[in-house]
Every structure is written in C-alpha cells, then in structure tokens.
Write a protein that binds this ligand. Structure first.
Ligand SMILES: Nc1ncnc2c1ncn2[C@@H]1O[C@H](COP(=O)(O)OP(=O)(O)O)[C@@H](O)[C@H]1O
Ligand SMILES: [Mg+2]
Length: 256
C-alpha cells in the first residue's frame, strides 16, 4: 500500500475557538489505516470538540483536515459518513421510541442507499436482505435477545452497546468512539471492550476513553490532549511512563 492510501486522516494545524476562548490550538496528527488511537486528557481538554471537527459537526477556526488526501475541512457531516466515517456520542443518539431492530434497520437502510424511504410500511418481503443483515449482526454481537426491546426501556449501558453496534453496522473505515464505557457497570464495560477487540483489524479506531486500563490495552498509539494542544503522543508504554502525563493525572483520581 502506498503512503497516501495508508494515511486515512491528516490533521494539520487545527484549532477551534468559541468566541474568544481558544479551546483547541494547533493540533496536528496523522492517522493510518487500521490504527487504534487512544485519546485521553482531563475533562474540558477539548477531546469531544476535536471529534466534532473530524466529523464535521463543527468547523475548525483554523487548520485543515484531509481524508485520504481530500480536503474535508468544510465538508458536511453526511458526506463524511457516506465516505466511511462513523461516530458514537458521549450521550446516546438512538431513536428511543423504536426497537433495537428498527434502529438497526434504519442504519442499514441508510447505508444501502434507500434514503428516507420508510421501511416499516413495506414489511419484510421487500427488504429481506436488510432484515437478514440485521438479524445476523444482532446474533454476532450477542444482542439477538434484545431485538424487540424499545430503546428507552433498556439500561444506559445497554443503549451504549446498541449505539456502538449501529456505528459498526455501517461498516465504516474509521470509527470515532467518545467515551464508550462512561457510566457503565463493570460487566457492561467488559462487553464493550470485548466488542472493540472483535472489530475488524482494518477498521481504524479513534477512541476517547476515561478508563485508562481500557484505552491503554486497546490503543497502538496514544494522544494526550491538554490545554488545547497535544501534550504527548506515543505508544501506550511511552505515555504511561511520561512525566508530564503523570503530572496532569496526579490528583485526578485516575492512575496512569
Ligand atoms: N459549542 C460550544 N460553545 C462554547 N464552548 C464549548 C462548546 N463546546 C465545548 N465547549 C467548551 O470547550 C471545552 C472543551 O470541551 P470538550 O471538547 O467537551 O472537552 P472534553 O471532551 O475533553 O471533556 C470546555 O470548556 C467546553 O465548555
Ligand atoms: Mg468529552
């Protein structure tokens, strides 16, 4: 694979200000295909804002973002999704009144290019392939027993699991996960971690995660955001041993 193909994202001197407040300044990072990048940093460091810039939910104040060499700095979110970018949110983004199966069908339908055609009125006959795919995915991820559950009746942890499943279901080339284990019980966290380890190896992952054991175990490369910039970038071992990183985590209750 040539170098350009390998580089899925190039982030060049990106910054974001809200009013006069410089939340992110001058972030540069290259993300290679299949890489698993862990992003950590104290609360308010700008991690979620950084994801919002990558996905097009926010426009950077300065700098450029390239996806496979194409400048996507101003590209709207839906185009990035169509080009293989998926994300999960810190807060759940599911359709709460619908069942797990219906949420999954909607995501698969969008991916198949059915647009906004409402599948329900058509029933299973016209969309056997979509239903088949949905059943297979639910089976594969051990969630078949929840297919008819209405999302709002699931626990918070279960909703987060479903949300990640929906992210994966679109078969993205890059998946951005914002604190996937936040607020979860140990068993729910274990499920998510297990799921993340089972993701296809060519899927590029960027994961913001407060649970340092989870992220150090999963990532090939770590980026520590602090004070609007990249404080340290390196392997999990390098970051764990870094004095600056240890300093900002001292007293935070988290152990590096
Ligand atoms: N839309 C916005 N308008 C103004 N300030 C914002 C906005 N989004 C985030 N911020 C501020 O930017 C800072 C970084 O937020 P965020 O990216 O959510 O941090 P993190 O995810 O690292 O905890 C915070 O101080 C937050 O209040
Ligand atoms: Mg955040």
């Amino acid at each position: 694979m040539d170098q350009e193909k390998k580089k899925i994202l190039t982030i060049s001197g990106v910054g974001k200000s809200f009013g006069g407040l410089h939340i992110l300044r001058d972030i540069s990072l290259e993300v290679n295909k299949g890489e698993r990048i862990g992003i950590i940093g104290p609360n308010g460091a700008g991690k979620t804002t950084f994801f919002n810039l990558l996905t097009g939910d926010l426009e950077p104040t300065r700098g450029k973002i390239y996806h496979y060499g194409t400048n996507i700095t101003k590209q709207p979110n839906y185009k990035r999704v169509r080009n293989g970018m998926a994300r999960t949110f810190q807060k759940n983004n599911l359709l709460n009144e619908l069942s797990v199966l219906d949420n999954l069908l909607l995501v698969l339908q969008r991916k198949e290019g059915f647009g906004l055609v409402w599948f329900k009125s058509r029933g299973t006959e016209e969309y056997p392939k979509l239903y088949q795919q949905a059943y297979e995915l639910l089976e594969k991820w051990g969630l078949a027993h929840q297919q008819d559950a209405i999302v709002k009746n699931l626990s918070y942890g279960e909703q987060r699991q479903i949300e990640i499943l929906l992210g994966v279901a679109t078969e993205p080339s890059i998946l951005l996960l914002d604190e996937p284990t936040a607020g979860m019980s140990q068993s729910e966290t274990d499920y998510i971690v297990d799921l993340l380890y089972k993701l296809p190896k060519d899927l590029t992952l960027m994961i913001i995660e407060h649970d340092l054991d989870v992220v150090f175990g999963l990532a090939d490369r770590m980026v520590v955001l602090f004070d609007g910039g990249v404080l340290v970038e390196g392997t999990p071992e390098e970051v764990r041993a870094d004095e600056k990183v240890n300093k900002i985590y001292i007293g935070s209750g988290d152990e590096v």
